[in-house]
Design a protein around this ligand. Structure first.
Ligand SMILES: [Zn+2]
Length: 206
């Protein structure tokens, strides 16, 4: 009954986080009714995301700024900022967690984004690669001079399991591995915590 382009749209959008088939269908008709110019603009906006590069150190996306004269390698604005500490690293699950922590303005270290954690208590291949990347950065670039690694994952059951796995992987690199302080309700998510809560969780880490 649905025209093919609508079906395809629904298939693609229903696979995205927080969008179900019903919302995807509603979106499809809504966007169609915006008219051709708006649809072109929207698809251009999506297409522009492909121009972003991924930071080789923390894995946050960044845009290549034309004026930069070959500064460093492929690094994001945080990793290439000389005023940020090298020796404190926060490990987060998602890009949006990094953004939430940045908004508190209470953290002046670096990050590592691991990507969506599995609920079955294992780290996937990409996550292991990223942790290995961090390990070699700490050994080779920092000469093991790491003051603290904060495992800033959600205080959910699977977050706790994963935090233990990550701590196991990194235990030889630093004597201080911390988690965010309780304050974010157990089972809650960093992404949805307000700035005050997150600031105090960051300050009361242990
Ligand atoms: Zn970076």
């Amino acid at each position: 009954m649905l025209p093919e382009p609508i079906k395809k749209f629904v298939e693609a959008f229903a696979a995205l986080p927080s969008i179900g088939p019903r919302q995807a269908t509603r979106l499809a008709f809504y966007i169609k009714n915006l008219g051709d110019a708006a649809i072109k603009e929207l698809s251009q906006t999506v297409d522009n995301l492909s121009r972003l590069k991924i930071c080789s150190r923390c894995f946050f996306p960044y845009e290549i700024v034309k004026k930069s004269e070959n500064t460093n390698e492929a690094l994001c604005y945080i990793c290439s900022d000389p005023n940020r500490r090298h020796d404190i690293i926060a490990i987060v699950e998602k890009e949006t967690d990094l953004i939430s922590l940045e908004k508190t303005k209470k953290f002046n270290g670096r990050y590592l984004i691991l990507g969506d954690l599995k609920k079955n208590g294992t780290l996937d291949r990409v996550q292991k690669l990223r942790l290995n990347n961090l390990k070699s950065f700490i050994k080779q670039e920092l000469k093991n001079a790491v003051t603290e690694i904060i495992i800033a994952v959600n205080p959910t059951t699977y977050g706790d399991i994963n935090a233990n796995l990550i701590a196991q992987e990194l235990k030889d690199l630093t004597t201080k591995i911390t988690r965010l302080g309780r304050g974010i309700p157990t089972g809650g998510e960093i992404e949805f915590a307000d700035e005050d809560t997150l600031s105090s969780a960051l300050q009361n880490r242990s």
